[in-house]
Design a protein around this ligand. Sequence first.
Ligand SMILES: [Zn+2]
Ligand SMILES: [Zn+2]
Length: 370
Amino acid sequence: MSERGRAALFFGPGRPMELVELPVPDPEPGAVVVRVTRANICGSDLHIWRGDGWLGAMARDDGRIIGHEMTGVVHALGQGVTADWGGRPLAEGDRVVYQYFAPCGRCRSCLRGMSAACRHSFGVLRGKPSVFPHFRGAFADYFYVDPKMAIFKVPDSVPDPVVAGANCALAQMVHSLERVGVGPGDHVVIQGAGGLGLYGTALAKARGATQVIVVDGRRDRLELAARMGADQLIDLNQLPDPAARVARVTELTGGWGADVVCELVGSASVIPEGLQMLGPGGRYLEVGTFYPGTTVDLDPGRLVSGNLRLEAVGSYDAVSLGRAVEFLAAMVGRLPLDQVLVDFPLESINEAFAEADAGRVPRASIVMTG
Ligand SMILES: [Zn+2]
Ligand SMILES: [Zn+2]
């Protein structure tokens, strides 16, 4: 093929991204080339853009395509691909979502049913943009779906702005709440009402949680959380003292404390407060601070005496992405699933990152077409 597509190359923190043109690859057997229609700027992308923790080391002098939260349409199917991972027929032009990483399927983690922990998953994202398959990130016109990446067709009833968050934040929360076992009777605290927190709120309620309490410092995000099903909101501006917030959770849970607290802020600094919000036997879910390089003070005796469980979840398995799509199909029109997005064209990607970094937009979304 002699077609070319645009890609935004990231060179490192503090350096503007540049648009280049790369050759559109032919898919190998089992692979799919997707024409990206929409890619959101996720909290993880902001951490990479800022070079938080160890992430500055991801910079490359010859650039890399970052971004992973996206949706698109099938541009070309590799030999042998006739259906998605749910068994539905797949054809050129079909709208799809897909994993952006590729668990190997045969390592110790994969064999034990823990493909989210596969060490080989992110190898596909490395490699020079000048080398096949070129398109390894979301902020580009195309994305190369490796044969090991799960891909699912998107129902017509679920529009692009709704489904764009499925392959990162939503699938992540489907997998995470399953792992930590949120269910009927649980009192759940969500620390941080960004993409993860808003989906987490809706999913926790759908899984039967008795009460979901959302903590954030932005009124617009708290209001969205309420529309996603939050029962109680804690505004950091009204309760600036962490001890007062812990006391509020204790009060809202009848003096017991929460069953599950979820760190979805992306900052280690909120962990001690979150742990204190847990009641006896509680589970602390760590998802937000995904990059190594920050630390936190822990009181192990409190964990032991409270029989607390710490569950950290990075990435997700294939079935969680399929479930994320099913969840959206069931909830579209009932929840404000697409109203967190503010659109930017690919040419304005630097402005989009600056706006997202400054917190002036709830979730910036890069639109490749139309
Ligand atoms: Zn993400
Ligand atoms: Zn593996």
